[in-house]
Design a protein around this ligand. Structure first.
Ligand SMILES: [Zn+2]
Length: 544
């Protein structure tokens, strides 16, 4: 006997067999029992959630020789023919195959004739959103005046692509993604009944990976059962799906937390050598960071997303990162995974993402990365820089030393690919990081010079720094300070940056003012004034 795919064997034969869609089956059963049969049903929902299976159960329920009944017998001639797919009065149309032009024309011609053998003529149109406008119009004409003996079941994954005129004539049922727990139980049941040995962890992993689709989940179980000699374990599931696996993800995550770029690259290299996919690795890293983020926010959350990793692991790792850092890591890895889709070499995208996640800790760790008491901290925000001649002197840029280095630097949203476009906001964040780097390099004098400047704009790789004092601008231009700053900035954002240093001469220079006037001058400027005073010689003493 030919092998019959597991998901075919386990197709629901009645409403009870439908997994995770009780809201649909209960309503349909009630409608059938009370004789309120609609002429058009619309089944929407993700792939593999049971839409066409339910359509067939509905067809059996309506045409069963013992019916119409909410519990089709599955034994009578009508039920058997529908199960075999050979019932004359049940038409299955795949709108995706040739966009339904011929089928809908036939439908229009034949719909008026009575059913050949049964109570109802049932048209199941799958992927109905693929119909041409012409076909939709033909269908609409039929739906406007449906013959009493006809029932339409339209199934789609994309209800928004169906004309409103059609939608308004259908009774709509939304199929849901099946929950991980329910799906795991269903798989366990199938495995038991089919004589497949499978570990609970393997079944949960399959359920997690099938994104709520029963058909996909059962297919994966089917294929895994052929792979393994000693039953289905997580190993078989990972191999089949090309998953990277938790141990590798833990190691990479640890490298990121330690800011150990070398370890991160070595971990990536190892996975590449094993034939893993760089994009898949990024997705799993993002998934793990997401679980850490959820765990950190709500440790008692009862979710399969957390159960997949184990609480001890989540407890230990989540303590090493702030909420803010975790949010950034999730963003960083998902964005990189997304970019890698179009990347010539996804591995390079993965390398850049990992190094970006590592570098800030490597480069600027004023305190140990592991802080059991660390709390979420807001990222450093530079002062607003809107420039107008009439506005009072702006406070100068200054480093926000309170923010954690990782959060700040990742907040700078360094490009995951060289082609990524920097915004002015990105650059403002990079300026904060620049001040930090300048200080680390021991150039406090340069840092003081920069306090005179604000970022006034950025476009096309050129950042404009607006200085309040010409002589400070001159100093930055002189002595190759500007070039040094440019190289630091380029390093920070990963793309070449040039600095354009300028002063706004129209603005009144800040003079020593009366106490009342002083109150109106921003504190930062007063500090500047104290630092630089009115005499150039004094400032030179301070700076040298
Ligand atoms: Zn029957």
């Amino acid at each position: 006997m030919a092998y019959k795919a597991l998901y075919r064997q386990w197709r629901p034969r009645d409403f009870e067999g439908l997994v995770g869609q009780e809201h649909v089956s209960v309503t349909l059963k009630n409608a059938i029992t009370s004789g309120r049969i609609s002429h058009a049903y619309l089944f929407t929902g993700p792939r593999g959630t049971g839409k066409t299976s339910t359509a067939k159960v509905l067809a059996k329920a309506l045409n069963c020789e013992e019916g119409p009944t909410a519990t089709p017998c599955n034994r009578c001639r009508s039920c058997e023919l529908i199960n075999d797919g050979s019932a004359m009065d049940v038409y299955e149309i795949d709108a995706a195959s040739n966009r339904g032009i011929d089928e809908i024309r036939d439908l229009r011609e034949n719909v008026k004739f009575s059913p050949a053998q049964s109570r109802y003529k049932i048209y199941i149109i799958d992927e109905v959103h693929m119909l041409t406008n012409e076909a939709f119009n033909a269908l609409l004409k039929t739906l406007e005046e449906p013959p009493a003996h006809v029932v339409f079941v339209l199934a789609t994954t994309e209800p928004h692509r169906i004309p409103a005129t059609i939608l308004s004539r259908c009774q709509r049922y939304d199929f849901r993604r099946v929950g991980v727990r329910e799906l795991t139980d269903h798989l366990a049941h199938i495995a038991r009944e089919s004589g497949i040995t499978a570990t609970p962890e393997a079944l949960r992993l399959i359920a997690l990976q099938s994104d709520g689709g029963v058909r996909d989940a059962v297919s994966i179980l089917d294929q895994c059962s052929v792979l393994g000699n000693d039953g289905v374990t997580e190993k078989e599931v990972r191999e089949l799906l090309g998953l990277v696996g938790q141990e590798a993800v833990y190691r990479l995550c640890a490298a990121v937390v330690d800011g150990d770029g070398a370890a991160a690259l070595a971990g990536l290299e190892e996975q590449m050598a094993l034939g893993k996919d760089a994009r898949q690795l990024l997705i799993e890293l993002a998934g793990y960071c997401r679980s850490l983020m959820l765990y950190r926010a709500t440790p008692n959350l009862d979710s399969p997303v957390l159960a997949a990793y184990g609480r001890d692991r989540l407890e230990a790792d989540s303590r090493r990162l702030t909420h803010e850092q975790l949010v950034r890591l999730v963003e960083l890895f998902y964005e990189a995974a997304n970019n890698s889709r179009w990347s010539v070499d996804p591995r390079i995208t993965a390398e850049m993402a990992l190094l970006t996640a590592c570098t800030p800790v490597l480069a600027a760790a004023p305190e140990p990365a592991a802080r059991p008491d660390s709390r979420p901290q807001p990222p450093a925000r530079p002062q607003p820089t809107a420039a107008s001649a009439a506005s009072p002197p702006k406070p100068a840029l200054h480093a926000a030393d309170s923010a954690s280095p990782l959060a700040t630097a990742i907040a700078a949203k360094m490009p995951a690919t060289p082609a990524a476009v920097l915004t002015e906001q990105d650059l403002e964040r990079a300026m904060d990081e620049l001040l930090r780097k300048v200080e680390q390099a021991g150039k406090r004098s340069v840092k003081e010079l920069l306090k005179d400047a604000t970022l006034a704009g950025y476009s096309g790789g050129v950042a404009t720094l607006l200085f309040q004092r010409e002589m400070i601008r001159e100093r930055v231009e002189k002595d190759d300070i500007r070039k040094w700053l440019e190289s630091l900035l380029t390093q920070i954002v990963g793309t070449p940056i040039r600095l354009h240093c300028t002063t706004e001469r129209s603005r009144k220079p800040v003079q020593s003012a009366s106490p009342t006037a002083e109150a109106e001058i921003p504190e930062a400027v007063l500090r500047l004034q104290k630092l630089f005073g009115g005499k150039i010689t004094k400032i030179e003493e301070e700076q040298s």
